[in-house]
Write a protein that binds this ligand. Sequence first.
Ligand SMILES: NC(=O)c1ccc[n+]([C@@H]2O[C@H](COP(=O)([O-])OP(=O)(O)OC[C@H]3O[C@@H](n4cnc5c(N)ncnc54)[C@H](OP(=O)(O)O)[C@@H]3O)[C@@H](O)[C@H]2O)c1
Length: 310
Amino acid sequence: MAIALVCPGRTTHLWIDLLKAQDPSLQVDVWPDLVPGRLYEMAITWNHPPGSLAAIPGLKCVSSLGAGVDHIMFDETFPEGIPVTRIVDAGLATEMAEYVTLMTLVFKRELFSHLERQRARIWRKDAATKQDRVLAVGVMGVGEMGSAIIRSLTALEIPVVGWSRTTRHPQLSRSYAGPNEFRDFLGATNILVCALPLYRETEGILCRETFYSLPHGSYVINVGRGRHLIEEDLLSALDDGQVAHAALDVFRTEPLPEEHPFWSHPHILLTTHIAAITRPENVARQLVENYHRVCANEPLLNTVDRSRGY
Ligand SMILES: NC(=O)c1ccc[n+]([C@@H]2O[C@H](COP(=O)([O-])OP(=O)(O)OC[C@H]3O[C@@H](n4cnc5c(N)ncnc54)[C@H](OP(=O)(O)O)[C@@H]3O)[C@@H](O)[C@H]2O)c1
């Protein structure tokens, strides 16, 4: 009975300590140094090499180390029938809400223009402000992350609209759902936030058609996944001013290659996938709880609907 940690490139000793602090009898081994002949009921993973999970003997459950599970779901060798769980954590959602609120305020209060004026030593009190021109922040995905974003923005009295697959968010007076309402949603927002899970249906959703359905001069914030975004479409929408600025936390290739044009684009503010980070001390308990449940054949916490994709 053991847990396999399959998180290449990550420091694992803190994870092991915190998991064992929950249950000192736990056996936790780090992939690829798994013990031959030992059965691993659970794997905890982040960016595992495709194929590695399928080769682990005894697997009854795989948990993502984060809120997203795209790295597991896109692995075509991952066996069907093994339940997948993810992290649901209030601290993670709060960090995400902080990040999106920060970027919204950067755009709303035109921080880019003020920084330019500072660099040029220009004192102007008539600073153009888009305060009155913020139609609404449009949040794509109103789940754990989206809901925290919505709470944070509405607390600042910033208008918000939401869009999801099926859910109409109860806190919003304008909430859209499904592909048929996507255009209306886009027309109602000029700060677009992507907080969607990545799977077949949402891949490439931040594309030319989406950008040109927004009012001219809108803003885009991507905190979902890099593969939500068609990078060339964003660059050309920025070139002709259809998108005024973008804040990007996630990228198709991470780390973002040094020569990538996003690094030096004057209208892109980028961060290195840090919008919301899983804190081991906050989530070790839910991981060990799921391990105990899997061993006892009990229903798991925070399961993903594999047929749906998220
Ligand atoms: N950058 C970071 O640091 C960071 C940190 C954490 C998470 N994330 C990203 O945030 C994502 C969302 O996490 P979460 O915990 O909020 O997920 P969640 O609770 O599962 O919520 C997902 C939301 O997206 C909606 N959705 C799914 N497919 C859709 C579609 N085809 N069209 C429209 N809406 C759709 C869902 O609609 P329904 O309500 O109708 O199901 C739901 O509202 C994660 O998957 C991850 O990629 C990024």
